[in-house]
Design a protein around this ligand. Structure first.
Ligand SMILES: [Cu+2]
Length: 245
């Protein structure tokens, strides 16, 4: 809901204050230079015109929204890996962003990160009706907007992690404090930014049986191996069996 009440009549430009390079978190203009305001810094122009009729909508600050019921406690915590495959030919050049699994629990020790290709069998298979915490361990240098199909989730928290130099293992920094969701992340979400050097935790109830996907929402990443199938419940008739998607 966008409130245009006090916006002057005229043309306005929705700007992009992200960087002209992969986003890794931080404050625009402070941690990185903002996008070029004459080109990449412009997203869309919109025009505010004089009101043609009385506006009956309720300004956002007066809205009384129903409370969001809390999700049940999770029965499964699923550590997942966000990975970068480096080029074999060029120094310091990422060739591919990938998703994968984690062996071991990085909350209590070192977890080993293993990439999985799109075509490999499903590794995330919540039971129908199960509530799970999914942990995105970001071992890459960039932030990734992680999207899970079919469900909505709560952002639980984020926490600092150690990643080894090769990006093959991760561990939650012992003694570090989890940081709760940002003010704009308090509702139910379907996408969350997983920052580099952190684990980002979300909680969801998986109600509808079927086969879906989870992926980074940067198109160059999702189309370059940063997408994986997952399944809720057993294989359904007509679904691609494991390993043939
Ligand atoms: Cu990404």
């Amino acid at each position: 809901i966008v409130d245009f009440t006090n916006v002057p009549v005229g043309s306005h430009v929705l700007g992009n204050v992200g960087p002209d390079e992969p986003f890794g978190g931080g404050v625009p203009g402070q941690d990185f230079p903002v996008a070029d305001p004459s080109s990449t810094g412009q997203i869309i122009q919109f025009r505010v015109v004089p009101a043609l009729a009385p506006d009956p909508t309720t300004p956002p600050r007066y809205l009384k929204l129903p409370a969001i019921p809390a999700l049940p406690a999770a029965s499964v915590t699923r550590p997942l890996a966000l990975l970068e495959h480096m080029s074999e030919f060029f120094a310091d050049a990422p060739a591919e962003a990938m998703l994968g699994t984690v062996e071991g629990d990085p909350n209590t020790g070192v977890g080993t990160l293993a990439h999985k290709m799109w075509s490999e069998p499903v590794t995330e298979n919540p039971a129908v009706g199960a509530t799970e915490v999914w942990e995105f361990y970001n071992a890459t240098a960039d932030a990734h907007p992680m999207h899970i199909h079919e469900i909505v989730f709560e952002v639980v928290n984020r926490q600092e992690i150690f990643v080894d130099e090769m990006g093959m293992s991760a561990q939650v920094v012992p003694g570090s404090t989890p940081v709760g969701p940002e003010p704009w992340e308090r509702g139910l979400k379907d996408t969350v930014i997983a920052y580099p050097g952190q684990v980002t935790r979300v909680r969801a109830t998986f109600k509808v049986p079927g086969q879906f996907v989870w992926h980074c929402h940067i198109v160059e990443h999702e189309d370059n191996e940063m997408m994986r199938p997952f399944r809720i419940g057993p294989v359904q008739p007509g679904q691609p069996p494991d390993g043939t998607m």
